[in-house]
Design a protein around this ligand. Structure first.
Ligand code: SAM
Ligand code: DTB
Ligand code: SF4
Length: 339
């Protein structure tokens, strides 16, 4: 059963269980909804970098801070499609295009819709993350065939004003709801390690798990350190088992959502990533680059997944998951073409 009425107390109680109990529950739920050997892959492209008017205190792309990121103009459609083709060849299933905007300008919509159509035609799932949307923009993206829209709540409602002042959590939730009502699948998660307390982390997951409908994708990012932003002064590295507990909690409360172990993997050991997969994470970003920061190399990811017996496959739920494990599946080494 998919519940959207989780309480903070229930979430805290699950979170605080002895790790073997928590992992057992998360794994049982994971297997009920997904093939636990399948990992979904998405690739990111920054189609418009830097110079952003928002003041998100964690971000390299805000114009409010000196981070050394150079602002660029919106890329051309052909350039984006060439990058999408390369991502596909390197093993990506979804192509996520990100722009450092508060919201897209109407004059850019034709170009953005052409990007969506072109990437779809290459046989990739499409995702965009461009900031706040109007209902009309949602309709246009739906018509263009956009599969997912990413818009993160980023942190706990209580902690939000500590990390951004040019927008509110309500603004974020409004766009998430518009996207859902417009029939585009929602990708919505947040960031850990920005100095928030444990109860804030749990509260962020409860906020996601009590949305009218759970996001189809839930990216869990560990803050990638950026020199020159305010979060640098308050960031506290997340303890490895605290991350595993968060993934397990996300898996239990949002059983049918794909949980993506997103930014921050370059700093994680293979063993920690493996524990996250065991706790229910079933998606990663692939490719050497996220938006402005690094991701593990394709070759390194292929090797890790292969050592764990995991394979690149759509994380779509299927009823006979356990019987299909390993039968005729592409191994991760075959699927991810790395050096
Ligand atoms: N401007 C749009 C927006 O804010 O929705 C789209 C791009 S924005 C970079 C996408 C998401 O990336 C943010 O909401 C945040 O959750 C995540 N992010 C940004 N900087 C990060 C960092 N240094 N480490 C981890 N995640 C980060
Ligand atoms: C998400 O949750 N993480 C991605 C994607 N959605 C857009 C972005 C991570 C950005 C990491 C910092 C950077 O590369 O600038
Ligand atoms: Fe701009 Fe998005 Fe970065 Fe905030 S997270 S500064 S909105 S690019």
């Amino acid at each position: 059963m998919i519940r959207t009425d989780w309480t903070r107390e229930e979430a805290q109680a699950l979170h605080d269980m002895p790790l073997p109990e928590l992992m057992h529950r998360a794994q049982a739920i994971h297997r009920k909804h997904f093939d636990p050997t399948a990992i979904e892959t998405a690739s990111l492209l920054s189609i418009k970098t830097g110079g952003c008017p928002e003041d998100c205190g964690y971000c390299s792309q805000s114009a409010h801070y000196k981070t050394g990121v150079k602002a660029t103009r919106l890329m051309g459609v052909d350039e984006v499609l060439a990058a999408a083709q390369r991502a596909k060849e390197a093993g990506a299933q979804r192509f996520c295009m990100g722009a450092a905007w508060r919201s897209p300008k109407d004059r850019d919509m034709d170009k953005l819709c052409d990007m969506v159509r072109g990437v779809s035609e290459l046989g990739l799932e499409t995702c965009m993350t461009l900031g706040m949307l109007t209902p009309e923009q949602v309709t246009r993206f739906k018509e263009a065939g956009l599969d997912f829209y990413n818009h993160n709540i980023d942190t706990a409602p209580n902690y939000y004003r500590e990390i951004a002042t040019t927008r509110t959590m309500e603004d974020r939730l409004d766009t998430v709801e518009l996207v859902r009502q417009g029939g585009i699948s929602v990708c919505c998660g947040g960031i850990l390690g920005m100095g928030e307390a444990e109860e804030d982390r749990i509260s962020m997951l409860v906020t996601l798990a009590t949305l009218p409908e759970h996001p189809g994708s839930v990216p869990i990012n560990v803050w990638n350190e950026i020199d020159g932003v305010p979060v640098q002064d308050r960031a506290t590295p997340i303890e490895p088992f605290a991350l595993v507990r968060m993934i397990a909690l996300a898996r239990i409360m949002m059983p049918a959502s794909v949980v993506r172990l997103s930014a921050g993997r370059t700093e994680m050991s293979d063993e920690l990533q493996a524990l996250c997969f065991l706790a229910g994470a079933n998606s990663i970003f692939v490719g050497d680059q996220l938006l402005t920061t690094k991701n593990p190399s394709t070759g390194r990811d292929a090797e890790l997944l292969n050592r764990l017996g995991l394979r690149i496959a759509p994380a779509a739920p299927h009823p006979d998951g356990e019987r299909r494990i390993g039968l005729g599946a592409l191994t991760s080494r075959e699927a991810l073409s790395g050096p």
